[in-house]
Write a protein that binds this ligand. Structure first.
Ligand code: PCA
Length: 324
């Protein structure tokens, strides 16, 4: 090789290396099935960022808890094991009560009410996430929560001793107050928990029952619209700070699009999945008045407990919501 050629080769090498160093790949752990709308929205978000940055930042989603299980995702992103991830924050209410602001029973029961609450509460939750070394990016509500059983239920007394799958602090507390036995199970393991008898009942949306084909084990779904929890996408704070302003702008635009797409998908999925449960053979109906009244009384206990734990910050959110 003559000298000029060697210089050219070295220059080409340097360019390649510089290119490789500039392009970054972020893995994005997600807990729910690839076909679930949260995961679809997350995949679209990832593609939006990858394309919008011309590949400078590539985001790759890992649904179904395949990279980190649901209960590991928040910690993994906090500690930088993953740079970005999605988690249902109400599962972390024991770390900070504000993470459970979306699970106060019967405070909101429709998407519109829920969005009004989130407009007030979202910035506060973002502040709590920042204290946990996480940058809030976007979040998307699940459809309203109802109760799944393996038999018809008309009163709380009939729930005594039933093994109840929980996914959050509020769902576990609801089990206790209804005399059921809570067991925390990620949605990814829900079918197996039902098949093996680890759980016989749970509260969730039609979406999760549909995703997990629970008609293979259960017979009744009662619409109670207890609350609408959210999945939230967050970024490790140091990873966020390391991004250029241009990349941050792309992330913000893609996040806004994902939040809007997710909300619409959640609304559309509500009826679609309740019909899917019916097609699977389940009885899907609104809970009877007597049962609703009993659940509301339990909801009042849970609301009082939450307000006490959350203190002035929590009280301020609920009061601002009620007087909006
Ligand atoms: N599905 C999730 C949380 C709320 C919902 O509707 C689950 O059951 O894990």
């Amino acid at each position: 090789m003559t000298k000029p050629n060697r210089i050219l080769a070295a220059a080409a090498m340097a360019t390649l290396t510089a290119g490789a160093a500039a392009a970054e790949k972020w893995d994005m752990p997600m807990a729910y099935a690839a076909t679930n709308f949260h995961s679809v929205v997350g995949a679209n978000f990832a593609q939006c960022v990858t394309e919008g940055t011309g590949g400078e930042l590539e985001i790759v989603t890992h649904p179904s808890g395949s990279l980190f299980s649901g209960n590991e995702i928040k910690r993994a992103v906090q500690t930088g094991q993953a740079n970005i991830g999605e988690r249902i924050l109400s599962a972390h209410q024991n770390e900070n009560p504000l993470y459970g602001v979306d699970s106060i029973p019967f405070l909101v029961s429709s998407f519109d009410e829920h969005e009004a609450l989130w407009e007030i509460a979202g910035p506060k939750v973002a502040g709590v996430l920042a204290e946990d070394n996480l940058h809030y990016l976007y979040s998307v509500p699940w459809p309203p929560q109802g109760l799944y059983f393996a038999k018809p239920i008309t009163s709380v007394a009939e729930m005594e001793g039933i093994k109840f799958r929980s996914y959050s602090t509020a769902t576990a507390r609801m089990a206790e107050l209804t005399g059921m036995l809570p067991v925390q199970v990620e949605a990814a393991e829900l079918s197996q928990a039902l098949a093996t008898g680890v759980a016989e009942s749970f509260i969730s949306s039609g979406a999760t029952g549909y995703d997990r084909k629970v008609w293979e084990h259960l017979t009744n779904f009662y619409e109670v619209d207890a609350w609408l929890p959210r999945n939230t996408v967050f970024v490790n704070m140091q990873a966020w700070d390391s991004l250029s302003d241009a990349v941050k702008a792309v992330m913000n635009d893609c996040a806004a699009a994902a939040a809007a797409e997710g909300l619409e998908a959640s609304k559309a999925y509500t009826e679609f999945t309740l019909n899917g449960l019916r097609e699977g053979g389940m009885t899907v109906e609104r809970a009877g008045d007597a049962l609703v009244a009993e659940l509301q009384a339990i909801g009042e206990i849970m609301t009082a407990e939450w307000l006490e734990q959350a203190g002035p910050d929590g009280v301020a959110i609920v009061e601002a919501y009620k007087s909006r």
